[in-house]
Ligand binder design. Structure first.
Ligand code: GLP
Length: 269
């Protein structure tokens, strides 16, 4: 696991965008796994800026969402499908049919979960999966005690996750109770993982994920099994880490040759 600690949330977005851009430069038709929530928004805006300014070609990209709420009407602005249209498809110039989202509004959730796994496989698997982390250590919506080898499925959201996500809804009771999410086993099959976290409220979950034992009580700890994971943190999100040896690249030197080498060949993976 390559853990990179940077001074600010803006630095996290720029660094993580560099990781994504490096992958797309090598593989212009890459399959990108896209997280929702507030954590990756800066990455998407930075990628969109680079595209606008002609620095990055994204036209051949395909995207797969990590998860979706169950029970929201199609087109509901709180759905992750709507989020991805706003933050990813539009700004990155992708046709809507190249951004796949699990079907959380249908009647047969088991069938929707299987269809989603099949769609990922038919696309050749995910090359780079962007991840945030919940305050309880979830990735996607894999809540504590999720099987570490789980596949895409429907499950209930924890009280903590519903409370955390209430800020995106008008009333706390409006937060859906269930979701469809890629499983931890599904996420581990992506060829490269990129987790970003900003702010003090993520510090305990990040410490458990990076330094804790691999355990279902902190689902993100399963990333320790993956051979190519980059974790990009601001100082606040990193403040619960107690071991030394994490990388603190000179952000003023971003873009130099040394930095590019480290993006391509994480030293501790
Ligand atoms: C949400 C999403 C996750 C996201 C996490 C953190 O509920 N399902 O994919 O990474 O929780 O959210 P945020 O980035 O808003 O803190």
């Amino acid at each position: 696991m390559d853990v990179v600690i940077l001074p600010s949330a803006a630095d996290v977005a720029a660094y993580a965008a560099d990781v994504v851009a490096a992958r797309i430069a090598r593989e212009p038709d890459a399959v990108l796994g896209v997280a929702t929530g507030s954590s990756p928004v800066g990455i998407y805006r930075e990628l969109a800026r680079r595209r606008r300014e002609g620095e990055l070609e994204l036209a051949r990209l395909t995207c797969f969402a990590l998860d979706e709420y169950v029970g929201l009407a199609p087109g509901d602005p709180h759905s992750y499908a709507a989020y991805l249209e706003r933050e990813v498809a539009g700004p990155l110039g992708l046709p809507a049919d190249r951004v796949h989202v699990p079907e959380g509004s249908g009647a047969d959730l088991e069938q929707a979960a299987q269809a989603y796994e099949q769609a990922i496989a038919a696309a050749g698997g995910i090359d780079l999966q962007i991840l945030g982390i919940g305050t309880n250590g979830h990735i996607g919506f894999n809540e504590p005690l999720s099987s570490l080898s789980s596949r895409t499925r429907a499950l209930a959201l924890s009280a903590q996750t519903r409370a955390d996500n209430a800020r995106f809804f008008d009333r706390p009771d409006d937060v859906p109770t269930h979701c469809l999410t890629q499983g931890l086993g599904t996420i581990l099959e992506a060829r490269q993982l990129l987790l970003v976290a900003q702010g003090q409220r993520k510090a305990a979950a990040v410490a458990a994920a990076v330094e804790g034992p691999v355990a279902a009580r902190c689902p993100a700890s399963v990333l320790q099994f993956h051979p190519h994971t980059t974790v990009v943190l601001d100082e606040a999100a990193a403040s619960g880490l107690t071991l030394g040896g994490y990388r603190r690249p000179d952000v003023a030197g971003r873009g130099d040759a040394e930095q590019q080498r480290s993006l391509d060949d994480p030293p501790c993976s």
